[in-house]
Design a protein around this ligand. Structure first.
Ligand code: SAM
Length: 326
């Protein structure tokens, strides 16, 4: 079964935020009740898992665990193991800041994790500490080196949110660092988010980042690149890749193939629309996955707002990336 939205876009990908808590304090992502705020109760592992199974019934075949920091959720490896038992999920990913990753890699891979995204906004120790509030760049780089030894991940994706005056000068250094490794370096345009401090003066678009990198990048062919919003490039015979996620300067809604589920059970149809539908009651009232899936299908068709493919994301809606998971 292929799930389609009212604009005909196929939906095959579910991003699940496992917690609103994070162990870093990145300014652009800190808004909302993350650290220090009042956390609303999250769905139990069982409830979350019922929903995940129901989504697999609806044709979703790719899942990513995110957060907050997903590795702060206690049983994340068990959840990945359970997920890997669901035949339809071929791709099981994790987006993490890497702080707790190194020692957990073996158990995560053993559980079935096969895609890895790590957020890394600077290669300079002081700048990294300034952005994240934690002086731990060395251990993140060690975790990346360790992760590169696992073939199962293919290219490891490294996400950098580019901000003028903070890390924009690092673009060439980042590119040089990544191209030598089996890394897909993803330059993410800074998006407006709740209490993110976004402003034109901090924004650096794809064109400028490309100019700063200053090398001739060749686009990957359609078969080689992933579906989704990133546009990926190679440079000569180097193993690494360079990608751009340009939500602000280009818009990325045309290729939107995803739904987002928060740790509280809110189903979000569009990152840049504040509407969501809470699924807590749906899982409380039924243990039948088929039944839950049929309720979800109805919600998806009737209530869940998906924005049109040509929408501009600067529209006054400022999502809390921490709650939704980016
Ligand atoms: N803690 C995990 C991590 O650091 O990767 C997962 C959660 S984080 C919200 C997921 C992704 O969202 C990160 O790559 C982060 O850089 C990105 N992100 C958060 N706020 C953003 C913003 N305002 N603009 C662009 N990307 C953002």
């Amino acid at each position: 079964m292929i799930l389609k939205d009212i604009y005909g876009r196929s939906i095959s990908y579910l991003r699940v935020s496992l917690t609103e808590k994070c162990n870093l304090k990145c300014g652009y992502c800190y808004g909302g009740p993350g650290n220090g705020g009042v956390l609303k109760p999250q769905l139990s592992d069982d409830a979350l898992f019922k929903l995940i199974k129901a989504f697999s019934f609806m044709g979703i075949d790719k899942i990513r665990y995110t957060g907050g920091e997903p590795l702060l959720r206690e049983r994340v490896a068990d959840m990945i193991k359970e997920t890997s038992k669901i035949e339809s999920f071929k791709i099981i990913g994790l987006t993490t800041n890497g702080v707790l990753l190194g020692p957990r890699l073996d158990s995560l891979v053993g559980a079935g994790l096969n895609r890895l995204n790590i957020s890394l906004d600077s290669l300079d120790r002081k700048t990294y500490a300034g952005i994240t509030g934690k002086d731990c760049l060395g251990s993140i780089l060690d975790a990346i080196d360790l992760a590169l030894q696992y073939d199962v991940f293919g290219h490891i994706k490294i996400n950098i949110v580019v901000m003028r005056g903070i890390n924009h000068n690092e673009a060439p250094r980042f590119a040089e660092w990544a191209l030598d490794k089996k890394i897909d370096l993803r330059f993410i345009e800074f998006m407006p988010g709740y209490k993110s401090g976004w402003g034109e003066e901090l924004f650096v678009g794809e064109d400028e980042i490309k100019k700063r990198i200053g090398i001739k990048l060749d686009p990957l062919s359609i078969g080689e690149s992933n579906s989704g919003p990133a546009k990926s490039f190679r440079y000569g015979d180097y193993p690494g890749r360079i990608s751009f996620i340009s939500a602000v300067s280009r818009g990325f809604c045309v290729n939107c193939n995803r739904l987002r589920l928060t740790s509280k059970g809110d189903l979000v149809g569009c990152l840049f629309d504040s509407k969501s539908v809470n699924l807590g009651a749906v899982v409380e009232n039924s243990d039948s996955i088929e039944e839950i899936a049929s309720v979800l299908k109805k919600i998806f068709a009737e209530q869940l707002y998906r924005k049109s493919p040509d929408v501009k994301i600067i529209n006054g809606c400022e999502p809390s990336m921490r709650k939704i998971g980016g």
